[in-house]
Design a protein around this ligand. Sequence first.
Ligand code: GDP
Length: 573
Amino acid sequence: ELMKNGILANQNQNIDYDTATILAGELGFTVQREEKEVLRQAQDEEEKDKALTEALSKIKNSTPRPPVVVVMGHVDHGKTKLLDAIRSANVIDTEAGGITQHIGAYQTVWNDPKTKEARALTFIDTPGHEAFTVMRSRGAKIADIAIMVVAADDSVKPQTEEVIKIIQAAKLPFIVAINKIDKEGADPTRVRADLAQRGIQSDEWGGTVPMVEISAKQNLNIDKLLDVLLLVADMNVEKIQADANMPAVGTIIESHVDKGMGPVATVLVQAGTLKQNDPLVVNNEIYGKVRAMKDYLGRSLEKALPSTPVQIIGFKVAPEVGDILDVSRAGGAEKIDVRQKKGLQTGAEKQTIVVREEGATDAETKHTLNLLIKADVLGSLEAIIGSMEKLKHEEVGVKIVGKGLGNITEDDVNKVEAGQAIVVGFNVSATPIAEQLMQEKNIVFKRYDIIYDLINWVKEDLEKLLAVEKITTEIGRIKVLAIFRTDKNAITVGGRVEEGKVFPNTLARVKRGGLIIGTGKITQCQVGQAVMKEVVQGTECGLRFEGKAKIEVDDVLEIYKEESKSRKLILNN
Ligand code: GDP
């Protein structure tokens, strides 16, 4: 069967998944891929949970620390607006201290209504962040208190229900912020009733959950909400404690690669104190050391106490959001070496760096979706245009090249060219001549009668315009010890795996004296005569490298994988 398909393979060779699928199909079987990835992720999660619990269990002399608060709720119910309102409610003049930085969390100082003393509260502020969706449940785990936002004009929605589940699973104390009470159609009683139906009873109705009616937009009752937050913190004071006199333990809540500074990540210190020059031990690996720390106002810090979010410079590789930092494990660094020597998973695979496709991100190359919009009445047209204006993003956007009322006419169509703009009709159609003309000119015509659907389509199309994100995973490092054979576009080398591992169908950067001199593909790995699926650290092997680089002895091959991932539209308003 293999030969019939033009594949010459001997008994010991592996065939890839696609080939196996075709082959099995021809032989009357179906092939199922092992769900290793799903399993790995679950194990990963579990390991991180364990690492955190273990690290936090070393706490000896606990003292109260600021509560960590997470804001959750259905999209558009006002999480971002509320976080902004709380940020500016700070009783300390923040602008005097620095400029607001979005590092994934911030602190607000609020006067305790009883004691009148100033108290800090830490807020995780990444509700729209893609990574946060991934770590939503983790967000609930690292927080002490949740604020569930429910818009008074919209009440309980699917994500609200999801949040209820997450909060309950994490046994997290929470309060409900009934937002947008300034709006016409706001019905806080309905929100209370809808929540009661799902077992969330307002304390005013004899239940236990505090609910505060607010308007994040008009800054209404934000003070009351903060008072209630401090009350809830006091009721849970025995849990909201940490030992500040131990090596720092925390969770990575933000991570990215900065063009100038390299990997930058924010850690929320959960126990202990993080200091300058502390080793950054993540997942039991040393990722670097603290070279500089900044708070949410961009001010440099010498040390970070429990519940403080700090942005750290000094990572050699970017950690993942949700990773655990545990400085106390620095002494185990030798242990890691041993693990590596045995060729066990080194964690090098997790060194994921996100880069953007070149040239697609600059403001001047901003991609726009050009629309000519016609609607039946002025009210709809204004509403549509209003919604479009809100779709703000630095890389993509909507440009309205024409607008008007009534059916789409020949005149309208003559204004646009194919591929340059899309014609949208809201509750209107096209005249027969216009329709024919659009067909001839290959112009896309979309009809909608629900604004929500129209906006959703626009969002989806904008997403398609977003540059693809490339995810690079580092796999291993090989030192070249010998050159066996040089072909026109390939070279066979011998080398030793110094770090991680190597396997076929991976990419390789060729480095000489620290500089990249070329890239290519690893197509085959061999140890002695045996073709290998994988060669681990410490082993000498032969590699076939396809690429133009003229590899020499002593060069280093950095093995990596690259995946493209389409990005989600995260609007910055
Ligand atoms: P998120 O998706 O939950 O983060 O929601 P946003 O904070 O982005 O808010 C969604 C929309 O609701 C924005 O247009 C806000 O201006 C608006 N909004 C938020 N809070 C209020 C409020 O209290 N009153 C009114 N009228 N609008 C609000």
